[in-house]
Design a binder for this molecule. Sequence first.
Ligand code: SF4
Length: 481
Amino acid sequence: MRRPRNARDVRELGKIDLLRSSEKHIEEIDLKGDLMVALIFPNNYEIAVSNLGFNLVWKYLNQLEHVRCERFFFDETFERFYSLDTRTPIDQFRIWAFTFHFENDLTNILKLLLKKSVPLRNVDRSESHPVLLFGGSLCYIDLPVLKPLADVVLHGDIEPMLEDLNRSIYPTTRAELIEMFSKFPFSTVPILGKRFERIALCQDLDRFPPISPLIPKHSEFADKLLVEIERGCVHRCSYCMMGRVKKPARFLSLKTIEKTVEKNRSIGLIASNVTDYPWLDELIDLLEQRRVSVSVSSLRIDRLSEKFLKFLRKHQRSLTVAIESASERIRNMLKKNLTDSQIEKALSSAKDVGFEELKMYFMFGFDEETEDDLKAIGDFVRRTLKFGFKSIKLSINPFVPKRGTELENRRMQDEKTLREKMRIISSYLPKHIKAQFESLRECKFQYMVNNLEEDLANEILERIQNTKLLDETLSDLIEAV
Ligand code: SF4
């Protein structure tokens, strides 16, 4: 048992122990290898364990002959950073594998490296430093910002990588580990000038059923077993990379789901759109017969059948849908393929089956947008209120052009324009409806991470390394967007 060294340590270990003991592990994970890999989710615990990919990578890496992989999350107050699994300090791990899903997490990654005195630039690291490995959603694309930072980037799904990893990875020097990773077709190793040849995609979800090995208590899906029933997406929305980079869409069979619910009666269904699942009616029948309690991750409004809405209403009071724009013209530009009448029909059906609370997502900040398109959100909300929903919540977010999407070459609109658009949208909303706007600073940061070129990223990292002025340097950069 690791003994705390001071009061700060007591708090840090106390938090780790509390969270670890709240988890229910349904698969035994054998921590046996001697190549120590720290799997780090650079955000808080709740976000980390709500991420099925993070839990799956932990399970799969521990199946590799030589690897012992333990989980870490980020907390501003932590100093030592102990693993969730055995309270081992992060300094003792040879490889630090970051799950990079959200652009804003880059700040936490840099904070962690500064706290642990790991050089921010790969060229400044030596044998005494860990190998910094990056994977996750943002590594399905080639992000120049990672070139000066990462030692290794693994692009794509973990499952097709496992054989290569098992064959080649064992405890050895930092330089040899980096060399080994460079041999894989799905890796980028910037310091060796090696670029990936292809993105790894798991074609058969039933061969590697994406089912979480643990059930967390403190999570977006509390007490639910996460089951991914779709990977990729059948749609091609122009602002999203899912349908372009992670194609084709792949589905978990009903048979595998059936086996899973034999043992677990409370599940969270993970999919780009649960309603795109090809055997949705049969899935509903199965879940009803087995009396499984369900949460769903995300929904497309055009596919909401009455059967599905009735089923969902038994499990949740509130319905969340992404409309994106109240203007059909803008939705067509976004390739949402969603007509006004489809939306109205779906919302009316949702009210008829008993949903009282509605949450809707919108985007704004497009060059094609007119004042009428912005005002249309208010008109849309008024029409929706007539269906009789007791509560309507709006989340309205500025459009951030992202790499890997059809709109990747666009510029994000400037802050003054976006603020004026927010003012117009708010002034046309019904008085009692409040919109929640995503922070402009965070959106600008996301844009910056997507668009920062390698040379500038290198310069920024060097400046932060020398001055230790992380927040100030990033703020200057965000101001310049
Ligand atoms: S926005 Fe949703 S529906 Fe459109 S491509 Fe992305 S995941 Fe698919």
